[in-house]
Design a protein around this ligand. Sequence first.
Ligand code: COA
Ligand code: ZN
Length: 312
Amino acid sequence: MKYPELVDVVEVGPRDGLQLEAFVPTERKLELINLLSQTGLSRIEATTFAPPKAVPPFRDAAEVMAGITRNTAVKYMALAPNAVGAQRALATNVDVLSFVLSASESHNQANVRMSVAESMRRFEAAAKMARAAGVPVRAYISTAFGCPFEGDVPVERLVRIAKTYEDLGASEVTVCDTTGMANPRQVDNVMVEVMNALRPGTAVALHFHDTRAAGMANVLAAMQVGVTTFDASIGGLGGCPFAPGATGNIATEDLVHLLHEMGIETGVDLDKLVPCARLVRELVGHEVPSHILKAGKRCDLFDFAAWRAQHL
Ligand code: COA
Ligand code: ZN
């Protein structure tokens, strides 16, 4: 097996992780983003510029962008579901604009209430605005590995969307398993096709939700075919508000732990990440899917003498 030496982990927790949760006060969101900024992560998706009525957890998007204590080593990203959102995001000091559309018509209708072709027109407008502002664009393809309404999504459709994104100015295409329908063999097939279709200068990333416990297996399959950028969410929170039964992204601390145990560098300090996972658990007020929070790191050994005194 061939593994990369270095993997880029993109933190989407303050956006994807909080979108199914009750509103988290702005200053507490900032506390989380600022703490994440000190962990070695190179990119953090901080918020979404959706209409406050449609996605209330992010009604403070502009305040969040303005309030971050910026670490110059971190790029702060914000998501836009349409051109209005892109305009609002670009009016802030956003470093990277992310844009979302779904590979399947019904999920796109559910999520952004328009056809995929219409979303792509909004993307074109958003990408133009971003180019004029000198801001790079990261383009998400949601429901790429399966749609909760339509089932399988043809690879040719993904390739077409990825190439259109590239032609319209996306510097990175992120292929998303929005509702955890991917399996490792499928990841292998899809990513080979998508990467072959794109120009070498276009970056490719993967975004896995762990809905059916295949998240880490999918990461391993993707690394085998040369993918080195993965989204993850602190604490393993997340989910799409328009997909029935959706659950969280792979947890950032679980992913970083696994990669480090495999000798793969991430530039992220796991010991600084774990307090962020604890903080997000406190902010949402319920248990989070993280494994590392529950089990600790593999090298967190028990004190045998203390254990024996208690149990033997
Ligand atoms: N931010 C703020 N206001 C917005 C906006 C945005 N991004 N997009 C549209 N609006 C405003 C319009 O200006 C319009 O205002 P008006 O009533 O005063 O004229 C109103 O909202 C309705 O606009 P419309 O274009 O009809 O949007 P919509 O109501 O059909 O909503 C989306 C479309 C895409 C904005 C909405 O479906 C959405 O945000 N979905 C959530 C996507 C998401 O974040 N999903 C999770 C991440 S994958
Ligand atoms: Zn997601």
